[in-house]
Design a protein around this ligand. Sequence first.
Ligand SMILES: Cc1cc2nc3c(=O)[nH]c(=O)nc-3n(C[C@H](O)[C@H](O)[C@H](O)COP(=O)(O)OP(=O)(O)OC[C@H]3O[C@@H](n4cnc5c(N)ncnc54)[C@H](O)[C@@H]3O)c2cc1C
Length: 422
Amino acid sequence: MRDCTRRTFGCLIGGSCMAALGSRAARSQTKARVVVVGGGVGGATAAKYLALSANTLEVTLVEPKPQYTTCFFSNLYLGGMRSLASLTHGYETLARRYGIKIMQDSVAAIDPAAKTVGLESGARLHYDRLIVAPGIAFKFDAIEGYDEAATQIVPHAWVAGPQTQLLREQLEAMEDGGVFVLAAPPNPFRCPPGPYERASLIAAYFKQFKPRAKILILDAKDSFFEQDLFQDAWERHFPGMIEWLPAQFTGGIKAVDVKTRSIKTESGSFMAAVANVIPPQVAGRLAHKGGLVDPSGWCPVDPLTFESKQQPAIHVIGDAALAGDMPKSAFAANSQAKMCAFAVAALLTGSEEQSPHLFNTCFTFLAPDDAVSDAISFKPAGGTIKIGNILLSQVGESGQTRREAVRAANGWYDAFTHDVFG
Ligand SMILES: Cc1cc2nc3c(=O)[nH]c(=O)nc-3n(C[C@H](O)[C@H](O)[C@H](O)COP(=O)(O)OP(=O)(O)OC[C@H]3O[C@@H](n4cnc5c(N)ncnc54)[C@H](O)[C@@H]3O)c2cc1C
């Protein structure tokens, strides 16, 4: 206070000082600008928690879609247990309650030197800090015959929305006795238990409506997350219905012929009545355009702030980030977004820095009344993010425990989507 009075007194002497004081005051009234790209779990959470942590920030969220359909629980839709509408969320509350400016647009380019982003509409936004959460892109050159056009016949359904709807329609139209072939991707990919949960819930649908149908999983890997839990459940709930072929057996997935719906592996071709190919993945396209990826195709980040290691003042969160041991999950994206939002708020406003807490909790359905969970804590260590503690469901748990996990999963969905969009 004493300092301030002395400075003001000195300034009263000269007009130029008055002008300097005026411009400083004007600058301090200008809000620092944060642009968040991508209104998925990562981006929406970051925007909300930035707005909550400092009212001196101007937060803009850029997302092309008017509504967001969650990938999580979309396997329940495929199994006929939930509607797609129940998985769809708008951005109205983020705008109304938290004052976030929502721009329904796409970021076409990032200029890190000028600190601007160019939108598809032609508009340009200035930022002090940029948070990029574009999710994943597919490596369409990895499997011969499987490009973007092919997804209209053989869906990936790995970004929820029309693709998920198309797969459900094909499953409904499939004759009893048909074979559903699911090609599972190599690591790393979005949602490690996702393909196997999908097989389980489609098996539940078949068991009820097409009991002679079969499911064949052609895997690009030789093992998968929670394999013991899945294989135990498949024997108990769907004996003889699901077959899993690892890469060491097939030699890996080489090509897709969409006309005949056949999937070619090193050891032979498999014809499908309905096929679902989940291709290898990399960070969302914008991350590549913005120079945020390394040769792995993902974005290296500082484990405390999620600031890009490639471009200053740009942060990357969610599936696109190379986040050490953290899986590519909605829960992880939400946890990273909060840590990143607090770090950005501290950088721009001088507010107190928060100590890092990174978590992942996933509920996975093995059948409609049989769910398991994993809870993992993470900590920044040695320039990356390492696993702290793990709690995993076990084979042999009682039916009661698994039914309670189903109830907990449904409660989690409501609370989690409220945390992100509410
Ligand atoms: C079948 C399935 C089941 C799953 N189940 C679970 C589960 O039970 N639990 C769990 O935790 N996770 C689950 N996941 C994973 C989870 O959905 C993802 O990890 C999560 O969505 C990642 O969030 P994100 O914000 O990184 O990306 P996204 O949610 O994909 O959001 C990215 C957003 O960025 C937007 N975008 C892209 N490019 C631009 C651009 N240039 N300009 C503006 N916007 C852009 C997109 O439109 C999109 O809305 C599942 C995934 C699948 C496929």
